[in-house]
Design a protein around this ligand. Structure first.
Ligand code: C2E
Ligand code: MG
Ligand code: MG
Ligand code: MG
Length: 291
């Protein structure tokens, strides 16, 4: 009988060995402190309209500047948080910060700057998660459609019904839901119609080989399927103009990647936005500046 993660129907991946315990405890204590002291924070990566080059919004990406160690990858510390049960506290803190940032930008611009927040499967399936989102929307007063939650298929693969229930509740609040890293994991096509999604984010692994014809064929097929299901498509990991043009021509509405911008500090993200507003669409426009 597999061990369960408290408060969820998820199985714990693997038990800790005895010799791992002390460092696990150290990591947990350090992370717990990091959440409180702002060592853990969010960077914001722009998302660009594939056709006119305008800023569509940002994805919030967690960072941990760990004293004495340096920048720790979110992949690493999210895993620590999931194993130690800190994920609810960490996830809630990050979500709250993103909502507060949406409120600040909304107040400054008088307009909604959409922000997407990554949600771990453990966090998504935690009882009370939709209620947390509901409370944060109420407390920050942000328009619900300004917030997108990015989920991965791993929650849905093992727990389709629970995932459906949570997502229905969340969509009912008026927020958007994106399926992240689509096309490389275990996501079945039937999941796309069984889950109430608004957006598909095509994994970087499918974008890297663009504009190779076989890769173009795969991305085009995903975009056609998404369009038939009324889903928006974002291509992630765009690093070159050639990839941007191919993704746009294949039907991706939004593009994200180092070609446009790396994840930015809040201040730099704000500056990016101001530049967009004062100059109109001065983002790089896929293809039109290629000649
Ligand atoms: P993701 O949500 O798929 O985020 C995209 C990752 O690709 C980010 O890495 C981003 O910095 C990177 N990236 C963006 N454009 C490019 C590009 O053009 N080339 C390359 N090589 N990489 C690019 P990051 O920030 O290290 O995050 C890794 C993963 O950690 C995320 O993948 C997400 O699954 C998870 N993560 C990050 N922040 C959070 C969070 O706040 N909560 C949760 N639960 N997970 C998070
Ligand atoms: Mg993401
Ligand atoms: Mg992704
Ligand atoms: Mg990814």
């Amino acid at each position: 009988q597999a061990k369960r993660i408290p408060g969820t129907s998820l199985a714990l991946a693997e038990p800790l060995r005895v010799e791992q315990l002390s460092s696990a405890l150290e990591n947990e204590q350090a992370l717990r402190r990091g959440i409180r002291t702002q060592e853990v924070y969010l960077d914001y990566q722009p998302k660009i309209d594939a056709v006119n080059g305008k800023l569509l919004g940002f994805e919030a990406l967690a960072r941990w500047q760990r004293p004495g160690i340096g920048l720790v990858s979110p992949v690493e510390f999210i895993a620590i948080a999931e194993r130690t049960g800190l994920i609810a506290e960490l996830g809630a803190a990050l979500l709250e910060r993103a909502c507060r940032q949406i409120a600040v930008w909304h107040a400054e611009l008088g307009d909604c700057v959409p922000v997407a927040v990554n949600v771990s499967p453990v966090q998504l399936l935690t009882k009370g998660f939709p209620q947390l989102v509901e409370r944060l929307l109420r407390e920050t007063g942000i328009p619900p459609h300004c917030l997108t939650l990015e989920i991965t298929e791993s929650a849905a693969v093992d727990n389709l019904e629970d995932t459906q229930t949570q997502l229905r509740h969340l969509r009912g609040l008026g927020i958007e839901v994106a399926m992240d890293d689509f096309g490389t994991g275990f996501s079945s096509l039937s999941m796309l119609r069984e889950l109430p999604l608004s957006t598909l984010k095509i994994d970087r692994g499918l974008i890297i080989p663009l504009p190779a014809p076989d890769a173009v064929a795969v991305v085009t097929a995903i975009c056609q399927l998404a369009s038939a299901l009324a889903l928006q498509v974002v291509a992630e990991g765009i690093e070159t103009l050639e990839q941007a043009i191919a993704a746009r021509d294949a039907g991706c509405q939004a593009l994200q990647g180092f070609f446009y911008a790396r994840p930015l500090t809040v201040a730099d993200a704000g500056a990016w936005m101001q530049r967009q507003l004062s100059a109109g669409a001065d983002g790089r426009n896929a293809g039109d500046d290629a000649a």
